[in-house]
Ligand binder design. Structure first.
Ligand SMILES: [Zn+2]
Length: 446
């Protein structure tokens, strides 16, 4: 078994060499030994690899006496929902997220949708070295349909009656959101423009079901220019991240969407706590000031975000990477709720999407995250600390340096030998100057 498949949040690898029916069986056995569940809900994304490994996982669970609820195909956020909504002891979804075709993976949770990390030492040990023999009774398999309850749940997160007629372009990357989109929209005042909304096990030949891939984004951008919808919503292949284009067909960076969503959350939960990661913070800071909510910063990564949410009693939050979290989803990320909330915001305020984000985007400039190939970022951090010794520095998540009119965050990746730079400024020219300057220091040490 290739140990590289055991990652921070899931198990993932190329199919069938790294991940296959045999590894899936072993990992599911290891999961039972680690979590000790009685009843587990199992789901899968659209991939053929997932379908094949699904059977292996179900067999492993029942072979070891665990009852299986077979929930079939679903979006990633639905597995966590199934676990907490029905009180199961855990859930497993066969999914390789938004990776290209040719990958397979598993995401596991225990009770209350608490993530079992892919690199959990117990899980990894049992998967590699085997589990004790089991001679008890076999578990039972029962099919369940969670779709209706899930749709009711996401729709209950907003004031559905407030929604006004909109023309909306939907791009689901041929992914799993296509399984539920008709039901989410049923009876709602929408004129639909559909792009890649039919679920397809090969993602319709897209190189990857990832809306951040600028080549793949192109189709939606062009269609939006032609069709002129009120706004465009794009989901990644597994439906846990969501992106927006405004009424002009321009891409809106996630922190501006997060800031606009804070307005909706603040109405429902006045004075509440909003959690966001360290990478880009000023748009949400403005939204919190405006709405009287409290911004709390967290180390990025699902594990740390969740910890911060629980400690600070956060109700809503997001990562710069367009993962949105809610108290009601037990801090699991969700891609459909932010879409409904944006629709509600535009309906209630009568604003266009570009107007809704304007208070946060005007006078704010941010770069797209820059990735550097580095094995060890400690030398770089030493240099950056020296160069920017007159700035306010903290090392909660890599290195953050802040001045009054610009700031940056430089951090190692949790999942690969790389480091990432994010930078925001109150002036565009300043942003460009500072990116150049910081990049030079990083590249010198590469
Ligand atoms: Zn995803």
């Amino acid at each position: 078994m290739d140990e590289k498949i055991f990652r921070a949040y899931d198990v993932r690898g190329t199919y069938p060499d790294q991940m296959n029916e045999e590894t899936a069986y072993k990992i599911a056995c290891a999961y039972v030994e680690t979590v000790k569940p009685k009843t587990v809900v199992v789901g899968r994304d659209l991939r053929e690899a997932s379908e094949k490994m699904f059977d292996a996982v179900v067999k492993a669970l029942t072979d070891r006496g665990v009852n299986v609820k077979d929930a079939g195909r679903m979006t990633n956020p639905m597995i966590g929902f199934a676990v907490f909504n029905y009180g199961f002891d855990g859930g497993i979804i066969l999914s390789a997220s938004h990776n290209p075709i040719g990958y397979g993976g598993m995401k596991m949770t225990k009770k209350d949708a608490v993530t079992v990390p892919g690199d959990d030492s117990g899980l990894k040990n049992f998967a590699i070295n085997g589990v004790p023999q089991y001679q008890g009774q076999k578990g039972k398999i029962e099919k369940i349909d969670i779709k209706k309850d899930y749709i009711d749940f996401v729709r209950s997160m907003i004031d559905i009656k407030s929604l006004k007629q909109k023309k909306i372009l939907f791009d689901a990357m041929y992914g799993s959101v296509g399984l539920i989109l008709d039901d989410v929209l049923e009876g709602l005042p929408v004129e639909r423009v559909n792009l890649h909304t039919k679920p397809d096990k090969n993602f319709g030949g897209l190189s990857e079901p990832n809306p951040l891939n600028t080549q793949i984004q192109q189709e939606a951008l062009e269609l939006a220019k032609r069709e002129k919808p009120d706004f465009t919503v794009m989901w990644d292949g597994d439906g846990d991240r969501v992106f927006f284009l405004d009424e002009k067909g321009c891409f809106i960076n996630a922190p501006y969407i997060t800031a606009a969503l804070v307005e909706v959350v603040a109405k429902k939960y006045p004075g509440s706590t909003i959690v966001c990661d360290e990478r880009i913070i000023w748009p949400v800071e403005r939204a919190c000031e405006k709405t009287g909510t409290r911004q709390v910063l967290s180390k990025s990564g699902y594990r740390f975000m969740k910890e911060t949410f629980m400690k600070e009693d956060g109700v809503f939050g997001a990562e710069t990477t367009a993962h949105y979290f809610f108290k009601e989803t037990k801090y699991m990320d969700n891609g459909v709720i932010p879409f409904l909330m944006i629709w509600q915001l535009l309906s209630e305020t009568g604003k266009t999407l570009s107007e809704a984000v304007a208070p946060y985007r005007d006078g704010h400039f941010m770069i797209d995250e820059i990735k550097f190939k580095v094995e060890d970022q400690s030398e770089i951090i030493v240099d950056l600390k020296k160069k920017y010794s007159d700035g306010r520095q903290n090392e909660m998540d890599g290195l953050t340096v802040q001045y009054d009119d610009w700031r940056f965050n430089f951090r190692g990746s949790n999942t690969e030998p790389a480091a990432k730079l994010n930078l925001e400024a109150k002036d565009e020219k300043l942003m460009q100057e500072k990116v150049k300057e910081v990049k030079k220091i990083i590249e010198k040490n590469q």
